[in-house]
Write a protein that binds this ligand. Sequence first.
Ligand code: SF4
Ligand code: SF4
Length: 326
Amino acid sequence: MARKGRNFEPMTRFTGRFPDISGNTVNGLGEGEQRQPSAFFWHPPDRQTHSVLQKEVIDYHRRSAEIRKEFSSEPPGGRGPDPVGQAQQRSVRSAYEWTRSIKDFALANESDLVGITALKPEYVYQGYEIKQPWVIIIGVAMDYAELSQMPPTFENPAAAVVVAKEYNRAARACRLLANFILSRGYYAKAYQGPYASALNMMPAAIASGFGELGKHGSLINRTYGSSFRLSAVTTDMPLLADQPDEFGADDYCTRCKACSNACPPSAIADQKQLVRGEQKWYVNFDKCIPYFGEALGCAVCLAICPWSRPGNSENIIRKLAKRQQK
Ligand code: SF4
Ligand code: SF4
């Protein structure tokens, strides 16, 4: 069972598999210049520096039969359909009409959130290419009652199983949407977690109105807090972009310490850090990942975040509004 408390000492099975380079260096911590993110954890072994550590983490998590079962849900079952061929004939509609159709389809087919943004170079990992101009981001909510049983253990892996289950739903959602677009004669590519490829979903999700980056390094959405997972589709279908949704979460994080106090290895910084030319909330990878490995995915910071408690975000937003009026 993963040990709780601030005196956490990482297991050597994980610390012994770190390469010479720090994960924070790979992520660009302390760098003053903007640049594309480096391919990193969850990328294929030949594209990243920490593949030996990643394999150890995955092997350790797969000792849990429940986690193994969820993550072995391959297509055509749990992870959704394979891609269909792109239709020869393009259906012609306005960007407004396609945007409506895309959102209606996504929300009726496994997605809880959907947003659209124009592709920017900083959404693409170094060494990859995306040619389509639009990114459609999908969000699927995680059951808070299950997530809040964190950290997962071999005796009670509920919080890890719900993460795996929702990664599968997010995969189904993006594959179904990609097929909808392909069948209308436009190109579409689906991106599903937990493994990463060309698209860095987090900044695209912020731009497409999913919410703000929290101190714990994850998104805070005004409805689901941090209790949701992402997937995405890139496409050349004509679409309209959404706007970012700023509702005070970033400001709230400057006063809240719930996640930084609860994080067993003290990986969450209480001040923003310079990362690839931008001051932002940052989680120390080298401290987080040994606990993440031992605690089967951890999720302590996601569940402890007050925005994640169902129904609580309305209260927080109301309080923030009142404070602004004073
Ligand atoms: S997942 Fe969150 S709470 Fe867990 S070790 Fe990492 S930063 Fe800390
Ligand atoms: S727990 Fe508090 S500080 Fe951490 S991300 Fe949530 S609101 Fe921000």
